[in-house]
Design a protein around this ligand. Structure first.
Ligand code: NAI
Ligand code: MG
Length: 359
């Protein structure tokens, strides 16, 4: 069956980096047997300009019909003055919730050639390969009640609710166990079970489903210790699973171990295998239109799309190997280069990856 991939270039550098993803996917279709068609739609500021909404109904219909979605990035200063419901970022939040994308996957992989980009010592980070599963649609970012109010003594207070249902915990837990079983066989669940009842349940549910994955070794860490261990000895981790708030903080921390924002892909998955794939970085208005944006985070997002939504793990490996070869050959975009004057632009980096695919 032909896979339907929806491309959402978005704003500023979004179209520049998604153009390279398009060329990579076309090469995989033409020369490597990938059976897929690419469709295009608006999301973010470009959608506000063209259709008056950051997540138009036409985009929603195409997204619901797609097997996988590739997003560039949305946002920019020219839309900052709009009311919240018209802001580009609202389009992104709305597509995530409309599609029920509850599992956010953030790999932190250090390519050997970029070992000097990390702020940690080479021996601490060399060979790093972590995958974080962050629960994305529950927890304290969504819990009720929430709000701001004034107490009887006149002092204002703000309040939020951290609530997780056993069903929500089990869903993200099983996704993480499955990934761990395909990878290094180790899963670390991160919570604050010594203080929070929601974490007590989190730990209980993770422990109760563990027997279904006999090839995965489950461990537990409190979040404060997990943060410390990520910086002290990150290579002890294989897959990490955690809630929305803890995952927000830990995934940014783990990502930075690898050094460059231009190298980081991500996936947000629903229960049926559909996913939205995007680079971790934003729309970089400061470098838009110059053809210098690093496309590698987007091309690595294509690899995740192939692996997690299209079940094309061998093609995903091929793309990741090609990125490794390009770096090994000394090819660098300006954000990675010691001498930016010697660096390759967006198009040339994209070409280099396509040319480095093994025949
Ligand atoms: P940003 O990630 O766009 O840029 C931060 C810095 O990293 C800038 O100096 C930029 O030039 C550089 N950078 C980012 N991607 C790069 C790439 N591929 N190659 C080379 N350099 C790169 O974050 P910033 O500046 O905070 O946000 C800019 C806009 O993007 C805002 O409107 C923000 O709301 C939006 N944004 C969108 C996201 C998304 O679509 N998922 C995520 C984060 C921010
Ligand atoms: Mg964050």
């Amino acid at each position: 069956m032909t896979h339907r991939i929806l491309m959402l270039p978005g704003d500023h550098i979004g179209p520049e980096i998604v153009a390279e993803a398009d060329r990579l996917l076309q090469a995989l279709i033409d020369d490597y047997g990938l059976d897929a068609t690419l469709e295009y739609a608006h999301l973010g500021g470009c959608a506000v300009d063209a259709e008056g909404e950051p997540f138009p109904a036409s985009t929603r219909r195409l997204a619901e019909a797609a097997d996988a979605i590739l997003l560039g990035a949305v946002g920019g200063p020219q839309w900052d003055g709009l009311p919240r419901d018209k802001r580009p970022e609202t389009g992104l939040l709305n597509i995530r919730s409309a599609l029920g994308l509850f599992a956010n996957l953030r790999p932190a992989i250090l390519f050997p050639e970029l070992v000097d980009a990390s702020s940690l010592r080479p021996d601490v980070v060399a060979g790093l390969d972590i995958l974080i599963f962050r629960e994305l649609t529950g927890g304290i970012y969504f819990g009720q009640p929430r709000g701001l109010r004034t107490r009887d003594d006149g002092i204002r207070e703000g309040f939020n609710t951290l609530v997780y249902g056993a069903d929500e915990i089990e869903r993200i837990g099983r996704a993480a166990f499955q990934a761990a079983s395909r990878r290094g066989g180790r899963l670390c669940s991160v919570d604050k079970a010594n203080v929070l009842e929601s974490s007590e349940l989190w730990r209980e549910v993770m422990t109760s489903i563990a027997p279904d994955y006999p090839d995965v070794e489950l461990s537990h860490l409190y979040v404060d210790n997990a943060a410390m261990q990520l910086v002290r000895d990150p290579k002890q981790f294989d897959v990490i699973v955690t809630g929305n708030l803890f995952g927000d903080v830990l995934s940014d921390c783990a990502a930075m171990l690898t050094g460059s924002i231009g190298m980081l892909p991500s996936a947000s998955l629903d229960a049926g295998g559909r996913g939205l794939y995007e680079p971790v970085h934003g729309s970089a208005p400061d470098i838009a239109g110059q053809g210098v944006a690093n496309p590698l985070a987007t091309l690595l997002s294509v690899a995740m799309l192939l692996r997690y939504s299209l079940d094309e793990g061998a093609l995903a490996d091929r793309v990741e190997r090609a990125v490794g070869r390009v770096l090994a050959a000394g090819r660098r975009s300006p954000d990675l280069a010691a001498d930016p004057a010697q660096a390759l632009g967006t198009r040339a980096m994209g070409d280099a990856v396509v040319n480095a695919l093994d025949r």
